[in-house]
Design a protein around this ligand. Sequence first.
Ligand SMILES: Nc1ncnc2c1ncn2[C@@H]1O[C@H](COP(=O)(O)OP(=O)(O)OP(=O)(O)O)[C@@H](O)[C@H]1O
Ligand SMILES: [Mg+2]
Length: 374
Amino acid sequence: MQCKRIEVENFRNITHASVEFSPQVNLLLGDNAQGKTNLLEAIALQAIGKSFRGAKDAELIRFGQTQARVTLDYADDVRDMRLVTVLEAGKRRKTEQNGLPVRRASELVGGLRVVLFCPEHLSIIKSGPELRRNFLDVAISQLKPMYLTSLQRYNKILKERNRLLKNAAEDASAMKTLRDTIDIWSAQLAHEGAIIARYRVWYVQQVNAAAREVFADMTGGGEIPEMTYDGSCHMERPEDYLDAAAVEQSLLRLLTTSHDREIGATYTLWGPHKDDIAITLNGVCARVYASQGQQRSLALAMKLAEGEISRKLCGDYPVFLFDDVQCELDSKRRDYLVNKIRDKQVILTTCEPSEMQRMTDARVVRVSGGEFSG
Ligand SMILES: Nc1ncnc2c1ncn2[C@@H]1O[C@H](COP(=O)(O)OP(=O)(O)OP(=O)(O)O)[C@@H](O)[C@H]1O
Ligand SMILES: [Mg+2]
């Protein structure tokens, strides 16, 4: 899979840009605050249906403008595709794929796939569980439309359920509404939650296998990482989460028997929004015991594993988007990364002109004040 060309209008600090990509390494080179990450954000928007920096659509439109447009041409082995997204202040975003409207984000699944790697991903091992859940959500959503649909439903239901709990905690008269309606929300939450958990445990199994291989390759073996799904629905073993009916039952039991505790906490205490990935290295918790270098190698292995899984399932590699990660890596890991991605399409950003020497065959695009040349 490869990105061929992008055209961007009034997106972030970019008034107008048209950039052609090489099927291999593309280096977006420029000083700080010139628009490098903005361009990656525009590409990723077309693959994951949202800003990877968590920005709202209105924030993506250039200051003082009312509309932004991103046109991306990409291709896999058989098809040439064009994705056009129009963002307009105060309106719903419009996306078209080869001229046909895309009504739901899940309709984008099966189209452009990317693996996005930013410096914050390097702390995926030591950070809180949110980053690890986000890793799963972004990766699985690009592969399984059902997952994305369930996740979107789940998040809506969770919001409503949390609102009920918060209202009941703050105002005793809201207790009746809670008693009348919470079980309906709980049943829906348990249903979608079980679907999400099943996909996640499956994906963590894939990551475990693929990341082990990459990690051994990177470090020369010796240390063995293990990643397992750490669910919050009180199932005995990680693989029990593959049984969606049993998970639904277990989650529903938790949600229907603990209203007082949940009102006390003012939010929902069980479900995939509390899940995690347990990561060990040689049998001990990597978050607590692994060195910073080991944690970074593990993070890198997980990201490269994401690419391997995508290839295994879809037949070709996704496009790798690296936002300034090289600067955060030591030279051994940098060399490993450069070697690993040499035969794939990668679009990476850097402030360091010396990266050009490291990647002699890269297509270099210079970025300055939201303009792209080269
Ligand atoms: N909606 C917007 N309209 C206009 N400019 C914006 C908008 N949103 C962000 N910017 C500006 O875009 C500029 C470039 O941002 P970007 O994150 O792409 O920088 P960068 O080249 O990746 O820099 P760094 O090397 O520091 O990461 C920032 O200075 C920011 O203020
Ligand atoms: Mg940047």
